[in-house]
Design a protein around this ligand. Structure first.
Ligand code: NAP
Length: 360
């Protein structure tokens, strides 16, 4: 690639926006040139806008510190002239997010979104690149439906399902039909740190608004297929979810039990997971993990603190496969919520879009 694509981050000051900034530092294909957020941050230098709330372990990159933050809405005309691609991570009401994301796409910008607003729009693909890259084919229909020549809109699924769904997907030849999952989700998933959410120290909260519905339903679209002009969700899987907020800074764990049409042996399960070939291997995507799913034999792994950064936070870890007395097998899975589950996952989607020629 001779020239880097010009990238904007909408919601650049938030938890996910900060993660985009740190992951895109020195990215070989993408260059962050626009940072945008709410009117409260607009007009400030980035380092002033995030003063006291920069939550990444590395410092704000030098080329970003002094960039002036723009307003996602008020500076729309300026932003669309300066970028080819935007990553969207804004916290607004859903209808407003839908309207804004469509407005950017209609102006010829590729929009890759972390927000849930468009996840159930028929012609918008919800992508986990290793699982359903083929759903990107719907972009041609999307552009035709909406009269967009260059713009496009792709969304990333919710962070809560990214730990366990790849494992279920790897085991698809055994016909998973019932999944019972309890997620243990870190506080960064709510855009918080222990400083900004002190009630979470030494605490668990057994409710995360809207999360259980997302955890149960979004996998069905990801495992679905394009039929006619839309993506039709899979009908073979029934998921029941409980989502709990736990006192961890980063990393969403899931405790999962599964029933299969054809019950595999433990040896078959481990063989399938250990030999799962990453479908992105060979595409040369800079953010793709070398090994997508790692299986641990130790009884006390994966652990949130030890394993969330596996493959730079882009890999999934799992372990503790054991028989379940009600369903067939149970296991533990883990992923990094703001990397694989948010910014990193979205960057991987954009790399795939570039490789498939959608960003030309
Ligand atoms: P956050 O830390 O609360 O950040 C929200 C961002 O939205 C900030 O940049 C904020 O700007 C901006 N914003 C708020 N009101 C705005 C307005 N009126 N116009 C433009 N921008 C506005 O939230 P987050 O955790 O980063 O999450 C962002 C989105 O990603 C949410 O939709 C969330 O559901 C989704 N998501 C989060 C995670 C995660 O692990 N955290 C994972 C997957 C998806 P100011 O700083 O100027 O207020």
């Amino acid at each position: 690639m001779n020239k880097k694509l010009r990238v904007g981050i909408l919601g650049a000051t938030g938890m996910v926006g900060q993660r985009f900034i740190s992951l895109l530092e020195n990215h070989p294909w993408f260059n962050v040139v626009v940072l945008a957020a709410s009117p409260q941050s607009a007009g400030k230098k980035y380092e002033e806008a995030v003063a006291g709330r920069w939550a990444m372990s590395s410092p704000i990159p030098k080329n970003i510190k002094n960039l002036k933050v723009l307003s996602v809405e008020d500076d729309f005309n300026k932003i669309i002239k300066e970028v080819d691609l935007v990553f969207s991570a804004i916290d607004l009401d859903k209808e407003k997010i839908k309207e804004l994301e469509e407005k950017y796409a209609a102006a010829g910008i590729a929009v890759v979104s972390n927000n849930s607003a468009h996840r159930w729009t028929d012609d918008v693909p919800m992508i986990m690149p290793e699982l359903n890259a083929d759903h990107l084919d719907i972009i041609n229909i999307q552009r035709k439906n909406r009269g967009w020549k260059k713009g496009l809109l792709v969304v990333k699924p919710n962070c809560s399902l990214q730990s366990y769904l790849p494992v279920i997907y790897a085991l698809k030849k055994f016909g998973p039909k019932i999944v019972s999952v309890t997620t243990l989700q870190a506080i960064s998933g709510a855009g918080k740190t222990f400083e900004t959410w002190p009630e979470m120290v030494d605490n668990c909260i057994p409710f995360i608004g809207g999360e259980e519905e997302k955890t149960e339903k979004e996998p069905l679209k990801i495992l679905g297929s394009i039929k006619g002009k839309k993506i039709v969700p899979d009908k073979n899987l029934n998921i029941s979810a409980t989502c709990v907020r736990v006192a961890c800074s980063n990393g969403h764990m899931a405790s999962v039990a599964v029933k299969f049409k054809k019950r595999p042996t433990k040896e078959q399960i481990i063989d399938v997971i250990e030999n799962f070939k990453n479908p992105l291997a060979g595409l040369g995507l800079p953010s793709a993990p070398k090994q997508f799913i790692k299986y641990f034999t130790e009884d006390n792994r994966p652990q949130t603190k030890l394993d969330r950064d596996y493959e730079n936070g882009m890999g999934i870890t799992c372990g503790r496969f054991r028989e379940d007395s009600a369903l067939d097998w149970k296991f533990i899975a883990l992923s990094h919520n703001t990397i694989r589950g948010a910014a990193g996952g979205a960057i991987l989607i954009a790399e795939l879009l570039y490789k498939k020629g959608y960003l030309d």
